[in-house]
Write a protein that binds this ligand. Structure first.
Ligand code: PEP
Length: 254
């Protein structure tokens, strides 16, 4: 069975002091919870100090982005090896990176490959915009992003990837997809595409998180669905009691 996985995407929030306070508040509570993987993904400057705080705790640490090249003249970028020094996870292809920083499926594919080559678990985000959703193009868009993001990666490697289905219209809007809507995309689009691409065994092994306005109230209902294997949480991951409640809901998943 797939172990649920909940990750907090802090985006560009918190000061250094606030980030340490949040982790100090999260640590004792998250350590009481078993049967679920969890991670926090703070901004780059805090990875070093938070990796020291989290060492040996069983709570994972993730970056929110990285470059695919090993080193070189890429001002402002961070290489996979640098991320791997401190992190177990990296969020790749978030819709904000696709929309504001011009990330394409091809770039995301290079990043996914680089993460795997450096022993980092990629959390690869896919999801349709509101316009695409309203035009009935959800399956086409999500399937394409999944296929191109994993292109050229053998099944044995690809099954280490975590996919986050994040409908763009649900991110930061307070309007989460219903558990039925999310389950339908997870099972009929993402997992079906994974099956075609990688075969049944890898498709069943890959964890598919849902992301988009997950909170302490709606988490349990989402996690009750058979193909919703956890969540990528934005806003609610910035408050310790809310994030802890979401991780508890994932742990309680039958
Ligand atoms: C996200 O940006 O990954 C996200 C899911 O944000 P929120 O939970 O705030 O909708």
């Amino acid at each position: 069975m797939r172990k649920p996985f909940v990750a907090g995407n802090w985006k560009m929030n918190k000061t250094g002091e606030e980030s340490r306070l949040l982790v100090a508040e999260l640590l004792p509570e998250l350590q009481k919870i078993s049967g679920v993987d969890c991670a926090v993904c703070p901004p780059f400057p805090y990875l070093v100090s938070l990796s020291n705080m989290l060492a040996g705790s069983g709570i994972g640490l993730g970056a929110q982005n990285m470059h695919w090249e090993a080193s070189g003249a890429y001002t402002g970028e961070v290489a996979p090896k640098m991320v791997a020094e401190f992190c177990q996870y990296v969020i790749l292809g978030h819709s904000e990176r696709r929309a504001y920083f011009g990330e394409t499926d091809e770039m995301i594919n290079k990043k996914v490959k680089a993460a795997l080559a450096n022993g980092i678990t990629p959390i690869m985000c896919v999801g349709e915009t509101l316009a695409e959703n309203e035009a009935g193009r959800t399956a086409e868009v999500v399937s394409r992003q999944t296929r191109l993001g994993l292109e050229g990666i053998p099944a044995g490697e690809a099954q280490k990837v975590v996919i986050a289905y994040e409908p763009v219209w649900a991110i930061g809007t307070g309007r989460a997809a219903t558990s039925e809507q999310a389950q339908a995309v997870h099972a009929n689009v993402v997992r079906t595409t994974l099956k075609e691409l990688l075969g049944e065994a890898a498709a069943q092994a890959i964890r598919i998180q849902y992301g988009g306005s997950v909170n302490a109230k709606n988490a349990a209902e989402l996690f009750a669905m058979p193909d919703i294997d956890g969540a990528l949480v934005g806003g609610a991951s910035l408050k310790a009691p809310d994030f802890v409640a979401i991780v508890q809901a994932a742990a309680a998943r039958g």
